[in-house]
Design a protein around this ligand. Structure first.
Ligand SMILES: [Mg+2]
Length: 240
């Protein structure tokens, strides 16, 4: 028997850019902001400036689209030295409203994979961000019925994962996390003794990037797409 073949008690999925697309919406909003601010500012540093505002605001606002919208407005006011018109602030609010109203796009294979795994595994969703926004996305995804539980958390760190495992009565060795972020979905899970599957998405938010030197050499799996997950689980953990 392989060393890794401890039975899986709980398989958790990240949502944003693991089950449904998120980052393309943020990138598109940044591009619209760039066009809007062209009359006011030199734009080379716009993305970096928005990011710095987001990081400054994060302890107060947390993650999600609404904090991002507030940070876009704040950055626009700062970069235009207070010259931006109310009409253009209104346009930034509209960019944000369009983000929140955008139709949800599932990643290819997400639904099929969850449907295939659900009969044999305890599946849960662990996502961070705004409860109102994430619950809305989950409802629109049509995937909610495939999860035994949904955890919308403020931060995905070791303490959060330990708390979730304790609540579900699961040992770390029986826990597997699947997600696109090494920082949020892989490293803290490995640190508490859990298992992880990294499925990179081609755009990664700067905040979620990880210095290569911090990456453990092994202890987690990497897949190209979510459709490969059932086969991996069968090979590594046996059964369903
Ligand atoms: Mg994600």
């Amino acid at each position: 028997m392989r060393e890794s073949a401890q039975a899986l008690q709980l398989v958790a999925f990240d949502a944003d850019d693991t089950l449904w697309l998120t980052e393309p919406g943020y990138s598109a909003a940044q591009e619209k902001l760039q066009q809007l601010l062209e009359p006011y500012v030199e734009l080379d540093a716009l993305a970096q400036a928005v990011y710095e505002t987001e990081m400054r605001n994060m302890p107060l606002y947390g993650y999600g689209a609404k904090p991002f919208i507030l940070s876009m407005i704040e950055t626009a006011i700062e970069l235009s030295a207070g010259e931006i018109s109310a009409r253009d602030v209104r346009r930034i609010i509209d960019i944000g409203r369009d983000m929140l109203n955008a139709p949800l796009s599932l990643l290819p294979g997400a639904r099929e994979t969850l449907e295939r795994l659900a009969p044999a595994h305890n599946l849960i969703l662990i996502t961070k961000g705004d409860i109102f926004d994430q619950e809305g996305k989950l409802a629109r995804s049509g995937l909610a019925g495939l999860f035994r539980a949904v955890e919308i958390v403020g931060e995905k760190d070791e303490a959060t994962y330990a708390r979730i495992l304790a609540r579900h009565g699961v040992e770390p060795g029986g826990f597997l996390m699947v997600g696109n972020s090494l920082r949020s979905d892989v490293l803290p899970v490995l640190a508490i003794g859990g298992r992880a599957v990294h499925i990179p998405y081609h755009i990664t938010w700067l905040h979620e990037t990880v210095d290569e030197a911090r990456l453990p050499k092994d202890g987690y799996f990497t897949l190209e797409n979510i459709g490969q997950l059932p086969e991996l689980l069968e090979q590594e953990f046996g059964g369903g």
